[in-house]
Design a protein around this ligand. Structure first.
Ligand code: AMP
Ligand code: ZN
Length: 471
């Protein structure tokens, strides 16, 4: 089966057909680097990194471009507040961005272009739009003539006529029409500026992505992605600019992730309900954050709270323990554990699970289902390990399959954390184990024993109850 992508432009899933065989050109709108990113912003980063990984797994060469908006009103304000220059603010937060995102096991983009390093291309595209009559200068600004682009609204499913009556468009007397949007903004006295044929100033937000995608990937790209709040107006405006300038389709597939919510609301800088990724990573294993993010399909909202993070931690731990136990069994193989009779059946089961994992991911990158399949693999691994005789071939196949799934999802299965549990946490797990046993859920009871063992905590079941000691 081919990879199916939910295309916002078509409002349905479509089979992925690349522009060029074996290659994917992908552009993801990047951050405005005036501050630390919040954990909501980490959702598109993790999701589209996973999309990229899956394409790579399926044999595609992925060209992945994601920009840094390193000049805008917010950067200028931050520079004034921090008594730094705009490039200094950008450098600081680009550095912080990589420090945080690298921990999440996000692969480096093919290119991370900065707006300020690509002014010529941006100015050139604005010029083309003016020449073609799609843009006009007004008192040092340049605006896009929205109504001239007849397809405007096709991505967000709105008619131009509806938009006209929508009151939420910013009024500005320099615009010829209220729907027109900014391509170039004249600099105010004292502000950072670039020289251009339209006067000193800086680009609007939307034009940068159109110009950068064209420069680094070409006039038509395969996939353009970002969070769902970018559909309108940002991506709608990008389509208008790019397609008006080149006369070609800008992107064949548009992918948008749903929001990460906190207390029932979208996490956002403007609502003030945000937690920076930087702070989250101080208290949480980045591997768990990544696992949590992928545990829900990207087009569904995801909620951040302690209980959900705890579930993610336990879920990931189950996979890690199964992996480590298999690994340990292989390391300690003395050639005696050979069981020939059922080897083929087990290998066949593993092939089926691999197929199931691919089917999950082919279905619009359904990482939630892929994680369920991963759990099934871990469960079978545990069952296999409990057998008296095992085959080294099957063990190796389990190990390599777990590595494969982990690689696609960007998870680490080796133990990187050595954190220990405090007494009350151990007691809570013992209590949960007791309850699991009472409910005859022996699999969960054993799992808890394994989790504790992993932390060097040994359980002793006595007539007086379960005691523990640290090994
Ligand atoms: P911004 O800094 O607001 O431009 O956002 C950067 C990226 O994060 C964009 O792709 C946004 O759509 C995305 N984003 C912002 N807030 C959230 C959220 N609460 N949940 C998921 N994605 C978000
Ligand atoms: Zn963009």
């Amino acid at each position: 089966m081919s990879i199916q992508i939910f295309n916002t432009l078509k409002r349905e899933k479509e089979p992925f057909k690349p522009l060029k065989d074996g290659e994917v050109k992908m552009y993801v709108c990047g951050p405005t680097v005036y501050n630390y990113i919040h954990i909501g912003n980490a959702r598109p980063i993790i999701v589209f990194d996973t999309v990229r990984r899956y394409f790579t797994y399926r044999g595609y060469d992925v060209k992945f471009v994601s920009n840094f908006t390193d000049v805008d009103d917010k950067l200028i304000r931050a520079a004034n507040e921090l008594k730094l220059t705009v490039p200094e603010v950008a450098d600081r937060f680009i550095g912080a961005y990589f420090d945080d995102v690298d921990q999440l096991n996000v692969a480096k983009a093919t290119v991370n272009p900065r707006v300020t390093e690509n002014m010529d291309e941006i100015i050139q595209m604005i010029n083309t739009l003016i020449e073609k009559g799609y843009a006009y200068e007004s008192a040092g600004d340049v605006y896009f003539r929205t109504k001239k682009f007849k397809d405007y609204g096709k991505l967000s499913g709105q008619e131009l006529s509806e938009l006209q009556h929508g009151a939420r468009v910013e009024y500005n007397e320099r615009k010829q029409d209220e729907l027109d949007f900014t391509l170039w903004k004249a600099a105010k006295p004292g502000e950072i500026f670039w020289e251009s044929p339209f006067g000193n100033g800086r680009p609007g937000w939307h034009i940068e992505c159109s110009a950068l995608a064209k420069k680094y990937l070409g006039e038509t790209i395969d996939i353009h992605a970002g969070g769902q709040d970018l559909v309108f107006p940002h991506h709608e405006d990008e389509i208008a600019q790019s397609e008006a300038a080149t006369g070609k389709t800008f992107a064949n597939y548009w992918m948008h992730n749903a929001f990460l919510n906190i207390d029932g609301e979208k996490m956002s800088k403007s609502l003030g309900n945000f937690i920076t990724l930087h702070d989250v990573l101080k208290d949480n294993d980045p591997n768990v954050i990544r696992f949590f993010m992928l545990s829900v399909h990207y087009r569904k909202p995801i909620t951040l709270n302690d209980a959900i993070l705890e579930d993610a931690k336990n879920g990931l731990e189950r996979l890690m323990i199964a992996y480590q136990n298999i690994d340990h069994r292989i390391q300690t193989d003395d050639g005696e554990y050979v069981e020939e009779t059922h080897e083929d059946e087990w290998l066949e089961q593993l092939t089926e699970l691999k197929q199931a994992f691919e089917d999950d991911m082919d279905d619009d990158f359904n990482t939630a289902n892929a994680i369920t399949t991963f759990h099934e693999l871990a469960k079978r691994a545990n069952i296999y390990l409990a057998k008296e005789t095992v085959s080294i071939n099957v063990l190796r196949e389990f190990l390599s399959m777990m590595r494969l799934f982990a690689e696609v999802l960007g998870l680490k299965l080796e133990n990187t954390q050595t954190d220990s549990l405090d007494d009350s946490e151990v007691e809570a797990l013992i209590e949960e184990r007791l309850q699991a046993r009472n409910e005859r859920n022996f699999a969960r009871a054993d799992e808890i024993r394994d989790i504790l063992k992993e932390k060097n905590i040994i359980l002793e079941d006595t007539a007086q109850g379960t005691r523990f000691r640290r090994g």
